[in-house]
Design a protein around this ligand. Structure first.
Ligand code: ADP
Ligand code: MG
Length: 254
């Protein structure tokens, strides 16, 4: 399978400080679902920011193998908070990401409707953010990302602030959207069960500077993944790896 993200020997420093990571290598294949797990402060969000070209890198390179087109963006980000604009309706919030793309009115309308349809919120298009539940807001955040028709979704703990039941529902929905749209997903979570439930591969980040210290291939069929006896074994394995990564991660005191 072709690689869509290739991170090669990457280093990032914030303000001349010690590098958050150095010599980092990572790939995501086209259509793959990859999760990053690691202790807080290990550099997960920094990796997503670097891939999205939001911060400068100090060494190495990042290749995004997605064609440049005026009607789409190569990637879109989804954060823990949907950051909806309270003065815009649901429809107008989803339209936000489309500003600056070369789309006619009709195509904009179709893109928004299809994104709302994918997240099951077509009926809510005229509502205001305050009229939505936390889960619905997060769905709108995902719709806004899908509307730019990206090849890659970069998701930074998108379900981190949701209650357990809503979180499980959205995980299922994300898998459905992923299989319907064939997007490539790089997903950050601190919830190991979530990572194992969703992903083809889970990458464990740790150390100082951080590295990918372990890679777990999840080959259990997605249909009965949580019920499979191997599921909890992998979760335990990753938890053990995470625990030992604490021993090698020196959290700087600032
Ligand atoms: P994670 O997402 O795994 O919790 P981050 O990528 O947010 O970790 O942070 C990695 C390290 O970089 C931490 O030590 C954090 O304090 C530092 N860091 C993150 N953002 C900034 C910033 N804007 N300026 C300076 N240091 C930062
Ligand atoms: Mg983070």
């Amino acid at each position: 399978m072709a690689k869509i993200i290739e991170v090669d020997d990457l280093a990032v420093n914030y303000n001349d400080a010690e590098p958050v990571f150095s010599g980092l290598n990572l790939t995501v294949k086209k259509g793959e679902f990859v999760s990053l797990v690691g202790s807080s402060g290990s550099g997960k969000s920094t990796i997503l920011r670097a891939v999205a070209d939001l911060i400068p890198t100090s060494h190495g390179c990042i290749r995004i193998n997605s064609p440049q087109e005026k009607t789409r963006r190569p990637f879109a980000m989804v954060f823990q908070a949907a950051n909806l604009m309270p003065w815009r309706t649901v429809y107008e919030n989803v339209a936000l990401g489309l500003e600056g793309l070369d789309l006619g009115k009709d195509l904009i309308h179709r893109r928004i409707n299809s994104a709302l349809n994918l997240v099951g919120l077509t009926e809510a298009r005229g509502r205001w953010p305050y009229q939505l539940s936390g889960g619905q807001r997060q769905r709108i955040g995902i719709a806004r990302a899908l509307a730019v028709d990206p090849d890659i979704l970069l998701m930074d703990e998108p379900f981190g602030a949701l209650d357990a039941i809503t979180r499980t529902t959205l995980q299922k929905e994300l898998l459905r959207i992923w299989s319907e749209t064939k997007k490539s997903i790089l997903f950050v979570t601190h919830d190991i069960e979530e990572a194992v439930y969703l992903s083809d591969r889970v990458l464990l980040i740790g150390g100082q500077p951080a590295q990918i210290i372990e890679e777990y291939n999840i080959s259990i069929s997605r249909k009965l993944r949580r019920e499979h006896s191997e599921f909890l074994d992998i979760v335990k394995d990753i938890r053990k790896g995470l625990q030992s990564s604490f021993d090698t991660t020196v959290i700087p005191i600032v």
